[in-house]
Design a protein around this ligand. Structure first.
Ligand SMILES: Cc1ncc(C[n+]2csc(CCOP(=O)(O)OP(=O)(O)O)c2C)c(N)n1
Ligand SMILES: [Mg+2]
Length: 727
């Protein structure tokens, strides 16, 4: 017999027999009316679990991970306010159901059943996944990657203090709200979780406000692997900067009282805390998981005997809030009602086609306050003597610095964060003086943890800021990449466009740094960024391009709520000359504020028709050199700078190469996974017949004299061009 049926029958048998698991008398705090509300939310949660299983059996439901055993989370919801943004563990249906009881006009059972049924009318994900979540209830949906929501919860909590000091235009969270974030005991071990605890503690240690309540739902096991006895308490009890609270999550009175104490503490002191709740996990990890295959039956039965609903019935009875007969009747009535609602929910429409699924990959545009650009007086004050040099050609790093200055003057909600971006001004000076100009609130020197940097950005974006996180080197994105791939890029998708985290991530990267750093400072792979649905990947080739493209990225984030990655070629930051020493051929004047290079556009250099060289980043620089060499050989080439690596500007590219005798694609990234794979495919599919490719070797980059040996060179481009033309 399925464990779910056993637990159900135990309940039906034990309540009339007054056979309850032992526990404390109800502690004060939860009033009788509220206690009954909590219990009703628990009952709905339980009934939904059972119905989800029946729906799956009938081929009408598609996901059965449940909340049974974790219904005590309803008492945590009761202790919080609906304005407190909640980043929830997947076992927290009871939390959402209880929160819905605190907000008028909600129909959470119907909503959740639509989600179980993958109906396109599911109000949170539009039928894309069975997720908890609700815009009205301040519950953003979470992915099932455990612990990956913790860094952004830290960021959202940080945003509360920042928003008090400088409210952003699209502020979403209330002045005295706190943030809540829950997770399982096994999840607490994940390095992403550990990073978030550390970042929260590190922040609070410095008396920076961080009103965040972590809730660890400790059922003692993660799928089949047990958490060592006492581990969670031992690892949280004495963490610097984090206050520890503990309660029996099976007891709604105690849970409410301690959760209230913890929430009040977090709210009043604006500091982070951990609430450690003891839970049980009933009927295994998810529908297909049989706990008796890896746990002794007696142990499974002991957990079942501790059903939190049985604890609640005893407690409500002892508190005089509800007698067991009424509780049993409510249980049966709830089950029957949920089944009835489910029968209706499964008749609702489902997503059918790719267009329907993809409709929320790109979030809707939002209305923004109009702006006339940065104020002249503010510019004069910020730029000082630099203002007089703007018509003079400059190196790229300086121009990006100026662009950032103008953007920050224009948009008060822009916040920069990263390793060494503030006082030092970045490893390459790109963010120099920005902290002096805009203050430590807007240019944040973070701790050394890329997941936390991106999490801070995502969390700030949840509260209306426009974050511009910096990753110091592309090679160091990879240990945090899931924050973009699994989190930032999926939020609009799984929330049907209701939740967004627009931002512009600046990353210094790519190769060709003469003799510096080797592979870890010269990473020439963008494969992990190219295939993230909805993500924009920009890669400028010179300073003026960088300025215009950065402005477009900020516009896309601010107005269209997009997530953009702005990949800055390090080797081009200081580049001055193109063809001869001191020719200044790679320096550019500062484009006037307002000039932008739009997404989907390309830049074309030269009008040659013998050959089009399609490239980006450092490839543009090398191809412009090769273009001169080819001209000396009588070959007229044009260089097409793609600007955008995702989505590729296919139409503009095809227009730019039209009528050319051949196309050479120059890709400084690896042959495998580099953008040229898609570029060549697009050209071929469009019928362009003579296409050649020069890409980097499938190798890591060496330091020392061979620093550029694995990547395309000026001479190789010339040779490849001649070969393509047979000349
Ligand atoms: C990063 C990641 N690794 C593995 C998994 C697969 N997985 C899903 S839940 C889970 C166990 C989580 O246990 P715990 O945190 O204790 O939560 P519980 O299910 O017990 O409530 C695992 C390994 C995952 N979702 N994400
Ligand atoms: Mg667990």
């Amino acid at each position: 017999m399925p464990r779910s049926v056993i637990v159900h029958e135990n309940f039906l048998r034990r309540v009339p027999a007054r056979d309850f698991p032992a526990g404390k008398a109800p502690v004060p705090g939860l009033g009788p009316v509220q206690a009954v509300e909590v219990f009703r939310a628990q009952l709905e949660s339980r009934a939904l679990d059972l119905t989800a299983r029946a729906m799956q059996k009938a081929g009408q439901g598609f996901y059965t991970i449940g909340s049974s055993g974790h219904e005590g989370m309803a008492a945590v919801a009761a202790a919080l306010r609906p304005e407190d943004m909640a980043f929830l563990h997947y076992r927290d249906a009871a939390f959402q159901l209880m929160r819905a009881r605190q907000v008028p006009g909600q129909s959470p059972v119907w909503d959740m059943l639509l989600s179980f049924a993958s109906s396109s009318e599911d109000p949170i994900s539009g039928g894309r996944h069975k997720v908890l979540g609700s815009k009205a209830l301040n519950i953003p949906p979470q992915t099932s990657t455990i612990a990956s929501h913790l860094p952004k919860a830290v960021g959202a909590a940080y945003s509360l203090g920042l928003a008090r000091r400088r409210p952003p235009e699209h502020r979403a969270l209330a002045e005295d709200a706190i943030v809540m974030c829950s997770f399982g005991d096994a999840s607490a071990n994940h390095s992403t979780a550990q990073g978030a605890f550390n970042t929260a503690g590190w922040t609070a240690w410095q008396h920076v406000p961080l009103p965040l309540l972590f809730v660890c739902e400790d059922n003692g096991i993660g799928i089949s692997t047990k958490t060592p006895d006492g581990w969670i308490e031992a690892s949280f009890r004495a963490r610097p900067g984090l206050r520890y609270f503990k309660a029996d999550g099976l007891d709604i009175y105690e849970t409410f009282a301690v959760a209230k104490e913890a929430a009040d503490w977090v709210r009043a002191r604006r500091k982070p805390a951990v609430l450690h709740l003891r839970m049980v996990r009933l009927y295994g990890h998810a529908g297909a998981d049989l706990p008796t295959t890896y746990l002794p039956k007696a142990e499974v039965e002991a957990e079942e005997a501790n059903d939190p609903l049985l604890h609640s019935v005893r407690l409500l009875s002892e508190a005089g809030a509800m007698d067991p007969e009424a509780a049993l009747a409510a249980y049966l009535e709830t089950r029957e009602r949920v089944d009835r609602v489910a029968a209706e929910a499964v008749t609702r429409p489902r997503l059918k086609d790719a267009a329907g699924v993809m409709a929320s990959l790109i979030p809707p545009a939002r209305a923004c306050r109009p702006t006339n650009g940065p104020e002249p007086a503010a510019r004069a004050a910020a730029f000082g003597a630099d203002l007089g040099q703007m018509a003079e050609p400059q190196i790229m790093s300086r121009l990006i610095n100026w662009a950032l200055t103008d953007l920050m003057l224009e948009h008060g909600e822009i916040v920069l964060m990263g390793e060494d971006v503030g006082r030092k001004g970045g490893v390459y000076g790109v963010t120099q003086r920005l902290q002096a100009r805009f203050g430590a609130d807007r240019v944040i020197d973070t701790l050394l943890d890329e997941q936390s940097i991106l999490g801070l950005g995502i969390g700030l974006a949840h509260n209306g800021f426009l974050p511009m996180p910096e990753i110091q080197f592309l090679a160091y994105l990879h240990n945090a990449e899931d924050q973009l791939r699994g989190e930032a890029a999926t939020l609009p998708f799984f929330s049907n466009g209701q939740y967004t985290n627009p931002m512009v991530v600046r990353i210094a990267g790519l190769g060709y740094q003469k003799g510096f750093g080797g592979h870890f400072h010269n990473d020439n792979s963008v494969a992990v960024l190219r295939d993230i649905p909805g993500l924009i990947l920009a890669c400028p080739s010179d300073g003026a391009e960088a300025v215009r493209m950065l402005r477009e990225c900020v516009r896309l984030a601010r107005e269209e709520q997009r997530v953009a990655v702005f990949l800055e070629p390090i080797a081009l930051y200081p580049m001055r000359d193109l063809l001869a020493e001191k020719d200044g051929g790679w320096m550019r004047a500062y484009p006037a504020p307002g000039e932008r290079a739009s997404l989907g556009s390309v830049a074309v250099h030269g009008e040659g028709r013998d050959l089009a060289i399609v490239t980006f980043g450092n490839g543009v620089y090398l191809s412009r050199q090769a273009q001169a060499d080819l001209a000396a050989l009588g070959i007229a080439a044009r260089v097409v700078d793609l600007r955008w690596l995702a989505p590729l500007p296919e139409a503009a590219m095809l227009e730019a190469v039209a009528g050319c005798g051949a196309v050479l694609v120059v890709d400084e990234c690896r042959r495998s996974g580099g953008p040229s794979e898609a570029i060549v495919a697009a050209l071929a599919l469009a019928g362009v017949r003579r296409v050649a490719r020069l890409a980097a070797e499938d190798s890591f980059i060496a330091t020392g004299p061979a620093y550029a040996a694995t990547m395309p060179s000026r001479a190789q481009i010339v040779a490849a061009a001649r070969a393509a033309l047979g000349r």
